[in-house]
Design a protein. Structure first.
Length: 137
């Protein structure tokens, strides 16, 4: 491994839509930055690819930021999702269900492999804002 390499991997996405990917990434950036149109961007991503699991998770998080209770997305049907996407969804679900210890363990494990997963990096900040247990570390 090159010690000077920049390593900010993110989970592979199951969507094949470039536009859905762009709106998803912009939407997550908006959620984390506190920009009010995050839900619109994530809704647009889902309009382009209704089975896009991480956009479903992101929209549920955006709604939680806006005061709604977290409602994890249902099954994505027969569509295959990547292992990284499943891990991402489970980290968010456990953290926002106040399963603090399990969420912290899953988050650490996920970030070892995907250190550039912005929503997961930011999740402890959201947990504190929502008053959930001790912060997810």
């Amino acid at each position: 491994m090159n010690p000077n390499a920049i390593r900010w991997e993110v989970p592979l996405l199951s969507t094949v839509s470039v536009e859905a990917t762009i709106r998803y990434r912009d939407g997550i950036t908006a959620v984390v930055a506190g920009i009010p149109h995050a839900d619109r961007l994530l809704t647009e991503a889902l309009g382009l690819d209704p089975g896009f699991l991480l956009a479903q998770v992101g929209l549920a998080v955006a709604r939680t930021v806006d005061g709604a209770p977290y409602s994890p997305p249902g099954s994505s049907g027969a569509r295959a999702v990547t292992r990284g996407e499943r891990q991402h969804a489970e980290v968010v679900r456990t953290a926002l269900s106040n399963e603090v210890v399990r969420a912290a363990d899953l988050r650490r494990e996920h970030l070892v492999e995907f250190p550039g997963d912005l929503l997961i990096v930011w999740l402890p900040v959201l947990a504190v804002r929502l008053g959930l247990g001790p912060a997810v570390r």
